[in-house]
Write a protein that binds this ligand. Sequence first.
Ligand code: ASP
Length: 302
Amino acid sequence: MSIKLQGFAIVTHGGAGEPLEFTDGCERAAQRGREMMRETGDALDAAIAAVLVFEEDERFNAGTGSVLCLDGATIEMDAAIMDTRGRLGAVAALRDVRNPILLARAIADTPHVLLAGEGAERFARHMGLERAQPIRDSQREKHDKVLKELAGSEPMMPGVDNRMFERFWNYRTPLQLPPSAAHDTVGAVVRGPDGHFAVAGSTGGSAPSLLGRVGDTPIVGSGFYAGPLGAVAATGIGEHIIRHMLARTVYGWIEQGMPLQQALQRAIDLIDKDADTGLIAVTKTEAASCSNTHMPTGTIVE
Ligand code: ASP
């Protein structure tokens, strides 16, 4: 899908491989982004407002809906923001913050671009951000499903034997597979009527994964990128996306003048077909999404 346009534009996604029934959440996020654009006139504020809607909707793997790590007790989240006013902030493997996207935004005002681990948590406390909610039944149900699939012979990460997780297990508690997948990110790209671009993304990570695993979502140029010609966000298995620096690769093709839909499709074609992958982007004249699987999106163009 590609739409020609020139004013305000926002595209949101709820994760590659997520059911299309979740499209209402993506549309609500886009709508909230538009409202924020009207309130503050800042493309980055709009992108963050959209992602906050996802982080508060427990159907999506971000913020309050984040997947549990393989130990069934830990949550590790990544998030990032970037815009054409020079703001760039990311957080990795964050455990105890309700809205990681707000921490990514706060980090953009520090001397750094990426915080992780204890320092990120302490900075969140310093900024007065709300702590994560207690783990809910919906998260436990998703976790049980991951464990069942991991116990099976079908690889949960294309090209990776499920037993690798057993072999390299690094949690405090022992692996407890039942006798016998989850990933996804949310994101928003925005073009302001003033010509500024912004991107925001947030994820509860991918499952299965070892403790401490960080995906593409907080890695500039891989899960996200914004420059004077547009903004791009990716979703899928971070290990695949990072290898191709997917968001910056798409941006490079935009710089060369390639039509947006063609650039997105070409990037999707770089990735193993078994790995669910999706992209959203806005440029000066276009707004588009592309994926190799079902991916709920929301788009508003004015
Ligand atoms: N890209 C995210 C990650 O690998 C997950 C996703 O987008 O589905 O952490």
